[in-house]
Design a protein around this ligand. Sequence first.
Ligand SMILES: [Zn+2]
Length: 443
Amino acid sequence: MKDFDQEQLKLLMEEAPEIRRELRRNQFLERQQLQRLQDAAFVKMVRHAYSNVPLYRKKYDAAGVDIHSIRAVQDAHLLPVLEKEELIEGFPEETIAAGYALDELTTAITGGSSGKTVRVAYSAQTMRKRVMTAYRIYDMMMGGYKSHHVQTYVYTGKYPLESLPDGSYQLKHIWTLDPLDEAREKLLHSKPHMLTLYPSRLEDIRRTLSPQDVELLRTNLVVINVKSEMSTQAQRNEWSDFFGVPVLDEYGSEEMAGTVAAQCTHKGYHVWEDIAVVEVVDDSGNPMPDGDTGDLVATCLYNWAMPMIRYRQGDIAALHPVDKLCSCGRSMRMLKSFEGRRNSSFVLPSGRFLSSGYLLDVGYTRLMEYGEALNSWSLVQKDKNTVAFECIPGPGMTDDIRERIRNEVTQFLFNEVTVEVEFVDFLRVTNRGKRNQIISLIS
Ligand SMILES: [Zn+2]
């Protein structure tokens, strides 16, 4: 993503107090007020997209949608779901709104299907708001952000700015693919209050840290924010024990212009309803009852240059009912569970469906006792009947343990598949440096 230039920074500073106030206020609105705000933003975005973006005009006309029948979020089910392939094929002519020129927009690239990538474009205005929404996470997870706080983030790309011109919101960057000893050095040197990274990278880096290193980190560290890959509450609890600070999850995507939901210090997984609409739907795009698991579709309420409406993220989740309250006092509704990507779930020969959330959770709990023998692992479903347990063995690995692991894994896959335990030097990563711990090679 391109860096913020002087003009952008100046505007950001001018707008920051107002946007910050608004983003803070919205979290604690009365439920009814919040709903009204979200309804208005949703209807405005839908009408804008229908009037200005060829993709939506054609799509909604073909589905026979009367655009004036969309009066609130509860009418969303009348609009067909947007698929990743449509974004890939339509970019840019069909997906960019009239009045925006691609070469003036900031673009991001994200993983697509079958090797293709999705490109998403944002206006300068959207980018400024995006930055402020990222700071809101900071504020929530830290239990109050202070201007001297430093965030260190481990990522494949650099954020478009290193701090605000007044010196606040300092960011320190470590490359995801930096050698581990270098990453460790940089991490200790940066003295972060908040550390943000992929869970797989956290797992790697923590293995390089001595008890003294952890002690040193803890002089400043308040919270660790994990994102971009699936992690489970059990994993986060264990990392939290290791570092002595809360480890909280964030969910977002480039398509949604950043953050969609995040955990507060009470572990409530709040959806940012003032900037996004999150629905959980069945295969036909109809909303599932609250609490039930289905496909997560999301609408971004502030990317006017490239609207994203009812976009199927490819993730599996469930929502709490709106009246389920969090002890933090935020009125924003919560995700009940987040079970990871649909393409990293397994389907067993009997047709039984296992989400990556289940596999990670059970795998993690059942294999915890082999900590000394196992550095890290992933599960790869190679075909309907075969699953490979790919692992980097630790010093304690023996033939006996290898066999016991094979049996454990076979059991939690319900004895339906052949399990092979394979020792590897490196685990598979995507070209964006992400590591999926659960991989299905079945298309
Ligand atoms: Zn909360």
